[in-house]
Design a protein around this ligand. Structure first.
Ligand code: GRG
Length: 298
């Protein structure tokens, strides 16, 4: 993705991080900042931004969008902090750096994840004070919360934890992929579209695009867990085999998995061609991003 675009998204997201907590709570704030600034790909706020820009009749109205982009990255980062904890995946490397609990301790990591999730909602809700009664904001906030919650990402993670140590059936694995990974990607498309004032049919199609991209993204993640290395990925590899996980690759093999990623990505592109204002640069960039994610190596 274009470096200046990634930098713009990064700057926007980081501008909503608090600074200057006093006294001992500063240590938790430092942990939140450490997690947020450690160099993720920022694909969720980028999807939200490009979707908004490729749909809106008023694409310059970015102030509200910025708050939602920051909120999305905070939710995602809070989930990574908790996902890495010893009670869950017990990972020591994330985004090429020691995980938050390794650097700051488990107690601080739990609180930093909680505080970041809360900060996400504070950040998004504040947009309503700028534009009271604007239904676009209410819908965007609702989709952010629902796709994060027990019927979305948290539901997927919950299923993953409850099923841990058991051999997953295909439909159980698909449910986990859809909720744990795809839900936030769906929310990124949908919130961008809601803020742009898109109609229900467009939102529904973009939810499907998000689901397909999320599934492709997760299967590519499974592939990289086998073929990549910790230095390139910035996190530990070989985790799925170690935990005897019934990933898509484990069930269908590498070739089928690669085919799956390509097919799902083509479905995403086809939906984007039908929903976005395709003459806009952002529509082109969003399609490029989808293709890049399918071929990514980190
Ligand atoms: C505290 C909100 C909250 C949730 C706790 C632990 C948990 C519930 C959910 C975990 C969800 C999770 C980690 C899903 C995996 C999704 C995934 C493939 C993440 C990697 O995303 P990238 O590659 O990461 O976009 P970067 O580092 O680039 O941001």
């Amino acid at each position: 993705m274009k470096t200046e675009l990634v930098e713009k998204i990064n700057k926007t997201v980081m501008s909503f991080m608090p600074s200057g907590a006093v006294m001992p709570s500063k240590y938790v704030e430092d942990a939140m900042y450490y997690a947020m600034s450690s160099g993720g790909k920022r694909i969720r706020p980028m999807i939200m931004y490009l979707t908004y820009k490729a749909l809106s009749d008023n694409p310059e109205e970015e102030k509200i969008l910025n708050r939602f982009m920051a909120a999305m990255e905070m939710i995602h980062t809070s989930s990574l902090i908790h996902d890495d904890l010893p009670a869950l995946d017990n990972d020591s490397l994330r985004r090429g750096k020691p995980t938050v609990h390794v650097e700051f301790g488990e107690d601080v990591a739990i609180l930093a994840g909680d505080a970041l999730l809360n900060l996400a909602y504070e950040t998004a809700v504040l947009s309503m004070l700028d534009k009271p009664g604007d239904v676009r904001l209410e819908r965007a906030l609702m989709v952010l919360m629902r796709k994060t919650g027990i019927t979305g990402m948290l539901g997927g993670q919950s299923a993953d934890v409850v099923m841990s140590g058991k051999k997953l059936k295909s439909d159980e694995r698909d449910f986990i992929y859809e909720c744990k990974t795809a839900a936030l990607i769906e929310a990124s498309f949908m919130a961008g579209a809601y803020l742009a004032g898109a109609d229900d049919k467009t939102i529904e199609l973009l939810e499907t695009a998000g689901k397909n991209l999320g599934l492709a993204f997760q299967v590519q993640d499974d592939i990289l867990d086998i073929v990549s290395d910790a230095e390139t990925l910035g996190k530990e590899v070989g985790q799925d085999e170690k935990n005897d996980k019934n990933t898509y690759v484990a069930e269908y093999g590498m070739e089928e998995a690669r085919k799956f990623v390509i097919e799902k990505t083509e479905e995403v592109i086809s939906i984007l061609d039908r929903t976005l204002k395709t003459d806009r640069e952002e529509a082109v960039l969003l399609k490029e991003l989808a293709k890049e994610l399918a071929g990514r190596n980190s």
